[in-house]
Design a protein around this ligand. Sequence first.
Ligand code: NAD
Ligand code: UFG
Length: 334
Amino acid sequence: MIVLVTGGAGYIGSHTCVELINAGYEVVVLDSFINSKEESIKRIENITGKTVVLVKGDVRDKDCLRSIFKNYSINAVIHFSGLKAVGESVANPLKYYDYNVMGSLALTEIMAEFNVKNLVFSSSATVYGFSDNKPIPETSQLSPFNPYGQSKRMVEQILEDLSKSDASWNIALLRYFNPVGAHKSGMIGEDPNGIPNNLMPFVSQVAAGKLKELSIFGNDYPTKDGTGVRDYIHVVDLALGHIAALKKLNGLMIINLGAGAGYSVLDLVHTFEKTTGIKIPFKIVNRRPGDIAIYFADATMAKEKLGWQTKYSLEDICRDSWHWQSKNPNGYNT
Ligand code: NAD
Ligand code: UFG
């Protein structure tokens, strides 16, 4: 079975390619490398010992998509490609709607043209916005509050309508919580540009001495220690969730992928210190605008519908993040 992986060179895509190949799938990657490096494809090949077919191109380019479906007998698509920086989406919403919405439209249009109707889509828990439910089930109200989140919800809506219009489509909308960690080989991992916005890569770079100290955004939230609580999911667990979804594709499925447990910023910092033996200097600063106190998944549906649940702990996440960071101090530029 051949799977087209758009954005397969990126953080989650590269880990998913490894697990797809391990599970016996053949993989064709489409990536423009707007936010990744070709080196990640070489590393996927090194880890798996298998060749990855790589098409360098843009998912919005319908001719490029047509040539892929003509040249390879694609059975299913996992659609990761898109832009994901919340702040940038606020500053440049048109770019986000173009990449994320138009890219998904072009892809589904060409899939329909070639009668390939099996699709797994990368959505985000950000579609829930300021949810009152804790943990958050899939049935929660949706109220994304930035253009990035809106773009994900728009694509979800398009795919829901598509599924209603034509029952031969099989679509999984996977809402990820906070993907973190790296492959245990330390060969692939998250490689953010510039100073990281997200907690885990920031902590790793403080540990490596690249950044002086962590700023913790607020310790006055209504949580056990006052710092924000999130559902951190190991990227390999997330990758395995995609394979479970691919195997169970049947009609429309909307599923949270999270551990179903919340950890605070201080939990993560202390676990990192305990696991690696490295002290993380930090200071408490003001809350970051737009941040939510507590956000974690109700992961029941994934267990029931996909037979999937996370198996890696916060310790595993910290150990594997540090392994990747210490082996690749400059990411894929090392
Ligand atoms: P990433 O930036 O590492 O990977 C995305 C990949 O898509 C990159 O390799 C990039 O070069 C490629 N790409 C972007 N636009 C493209 C285009 N028009 N044509 C072809 N390739 C293109 O991001 P990631 O963390 O691996 O995220 C993958 C998906 O998961 C994204 O859709 C993202 O929105 C979603 N998601 C990520 C997170 C997270 O925290 N990482 C959380 C929820 C959802
Ligand atoms: N945090 C800090 N200091 C930092 C970075 C983060 O204290 O330098 C805190 C945040 O305040 C939050 C927690 O660490 O409490 C996690 O923050 P992240 O930036 O790592 O993750 P978020 O939950 O804010 O955002 C992530 C993705 C978004 C996505 C959202 C919901 O980055 O794209 O999850 O799925 F929209």
